[in-house]
Ligand binder design. Sequence first.
Ligand SMILES: Cc1ncc(COP(=O)(O)O)c(C=O)c1O
Length: 549
Amino acid sequence: MIWSLAFLGAGVAAAPAARRRLLLSRAKHPSLAGHARLSRRVAKLIPGLSYPPERFFACDGAPADVVARRRAGFDRLAALYAERFPKGRALTAEARDGLSDLQFTGLYRVPFPFAAHVRAHLGVGAFAERSAGVTVTDVDGNDFLDLTGSYGVNLLGYDAYKGMIAEAVEHAGALGPVLGTLHPVVADNVARLRTLTGLDEVSFHMSGTEAVMQAVRLARYHTGRQRVVRLCGAYHGWWGEVQPGVGNPTAADNTLTLADMSERTLRTLETRRDVACVLVNPLQALHPNGGAPADNTLVDGARRAGVDLPAYRAWLGRLAEVCRRRSIVLILDDVFTGFRLARGGTAKWLGIEPDMVTFGKTLGGGLPVGVVVGRAALMKRFRPDRPADICFARGTFNAHPYVMAATNAFLRWLDGPEADALYDGLDARWDNRAAAFNDALAAAGVPVGAAHLSSIWTILYHVPSRFNWMLQYYCRAEGLLLSWVGTGRIIFSLNYTDADMAEVTARFVRAAQAMRADGWWWCRDGATSKAVRRGFLRELVRERLGRTA
Ligand SMILES: Cc1ncc(COP(=O)(O)O)c(C=O)c1O
């Protein structure tokens, strides 16, 4: 009797913890991206599979005539690349062995079974020489319309940043790279950033990743709590604690990855006492709970994206309320979206009042920067009543004079009349451009389209082909420059005119038509992305078990 009472007592005591645990697991997104540890374990199980040429073209069971068309199309592209990009390819081959980044991006442009054959024949040069307007010129003298946006840095067009950097060198040149002592321009940057955000204090860093690290560290320091909540799929830089899944070899045990736009996430936050902060990356409005859409995961047609802004704003509003009630620091990670979606940063555009905002990318005026802006109580790195209990964050290059002067050039541009014209009607302009792009593709009868968040686009595929990623190579042949994630992420600079957009659209249509003619979009009757993915997974399992098809 005594024992059973003791058990009952222990059960009652454990019940709230068990309930919290259950709530937490239900607040995770059901995908692998929602389960960091599991995704890492699964990643380790995936065997190396590399299609030899005879399997490459026929891996989906296409009939012989389609396989022949694919082969001919591939050979034609390979010949074109060899002729057009000789210098770029030679330089890339020369640098690759000693440049780890190049080895990685060179292999991870396409799903891994296709990578070796593609790299051998459709190798792309990694070197460029010039930029002007909306074009980038490679080392072979080929002009490309730039769809990379330089990871989002290029908001205004490269020429604008060249001007800002030149101005910065002039402005800060007399002081030179003196560090620790500040250039006077820093004071103006602080004043402008405070006005812009309505927040109290600013700190300068060297990258978006560092800005996020600092914001999270401060949130932990001031709340005395350890847990960091990130929303499923969201990127916040490559620091381990905000990247708990595949790609990070260390365990990020204090990070909780919760589902975006989920009631269960709100309920979980309501019940926990250990959460220091929630990070929000507004880019996720384009693909809530999905990771950055890269072509290297495109083994079917299942890429999903599309914006429901009213729903996203409403959910964020409720998230902000919960954070306020529970004294959880709300960090808006505006590194990517800042100044791209709205002039004053994204917080006002979304209708939220975060406690801290991180910026980076374009804010540096073309030079590397990371910035944290936040409420005074959270930004302090010391406690007056306990002087030894500090939160240390100082980096050698923080507030580098040249970076600060280029940042100042950007901030002054932002306050000037040119910005009025650029931001006026921004949403409608990009909605119209995306609609025209989609109409043209539909009129051409090609199975692709775009989803977009303002000037950030992603290409969607309407057929469950294993080869959708091939489109990036047809695009390059048409003079469209994509980053290593291919058609997953297209970033336009705002100096694109309607005429430039018409040219992009025409080239895209031609690329898609050529791809269709070459048979890459052949699919079995009634094929679905689910079935195609399953077929691919079955192949991996066979490979893992040592049995080839
Ligand atoms: C939202 C967000 N946060 C942080 C980062 C990291 O910035 P950086 O690459 O400058 O370290 C990025 C980079 O893409 C980002 O998009």
